[in-house]
Design a protein around this ligand. Structure first.
Ligand code: 6PG
Length: 240
């Protein structure tokens, strides 16, 4: 497993280069196996990356019929709520590419759901349709919070220690909205490649702590089976 950190001048360049990298990675997976499983993230850079993918001519040469889209976490909100990661992904990229609807694996909304726990169980079952316990994701994207959280796994929270299930409900999240769903660390770390995307001076401490594998920092506990890639800007790299 290799790990590398790429430092770019600013957030726009992080999103632009991540978009190009991801499109090439999708094309490579499709040519090797005819399918690609990609896990998206919420957050500023994660969503900006999707918009740059939609704007890239490279997206026009991808046969999206073989691409499966998943989410590492989701906000437990009504359908169509702009704060839902899948809604932002739909508006930024998914409505602009010819992805079969059955290949877009959304975490359920709060509408009609009996509980976030039931939604977590349902998503775990969906993941298990494609692997045990999940498909070997080709690329799994993560943002990084100022406290070092990734997906909806926050420092010191019990969800950090969950290993028996692939998806967990998160309540009283330190980052609003309070109720969320998140892939667990073992599921994240089952991905072939884990890419952590972040930018801005407010993330510099978290980046430095994660890269130093400071105890209890979720960003320092994620890695791909083949590759871990940090894609950050100069401001976020200031404390490395
Ligand atoms: C979420 C994200 C979360 C996000 C980080 C970074 O649903 O909120 O998955 O993990 O990626 O909080 O977000 P920003 O880049 O907006 O700070």
């Amino acid at each position: 497993m290799t790990s590398s950190t790429m430092i770019y001048p600013d957030a726009t360049t992080v999103a632009e280069t991540t978009a190009a990298r991801l499109l090439v990675s999708i094309a490579d997976a499709l040519s090797a196996r005819g399918e690609a499983h990609i896990v998206l993230t919420g957050g500023t850079i994660g969503v900006a990356t999707l918009a740059r993918m939609a704007a890239s001519p490279l997206s026009d040469v991808i046969d999206w019929r073989g691409v499966h889209i998943w989410w590492g976490d989701e906000r437990f909100l009504p359908p169509g709520d702009h704060d839902r990661n899948e809604v932002q992904a739909q508006r930024s990229l998914l409505k602009r590419v010819r992805l079969p609807e059955e290949n877009i694996h959304r975490m359920a909304s709060s509408e009609g759901a009996t509980s976030p726990e039931k939604v977590a169980q349902a998503y775990a079952a969906e993941l298990a349709r494609f692997g045990d316990p999940a498909p070997a994701f080709d690329v799994l994207l993560l943002g990084l919070g100022p406290d070092g959280h990734v997906a909806s796994l926050f420092p010191g929270r019990p969800e950090m220690k969950v290993v028996a299930t692939s998806v967990v409900a998160v309540k009283d999240s330190p980052k609003p909205p309070p109720t969320r769903l998140s892939m667990t660390l073992p599921t994240i770390n089952g991905a072939k490649e884990v890419w952590i995307l972040t930018a801005g001076a407010e993330k510099a401490r978290a980046v430095a702590d994660a890269l130093a594998h400071k105890s209890g920092i979720p960003g320092g506990m994620v890695h791909g089976t083949d590759r871990t890639l940090w894609l950050i800007d100069k401001a976020a790299a200031a404390s490395i």
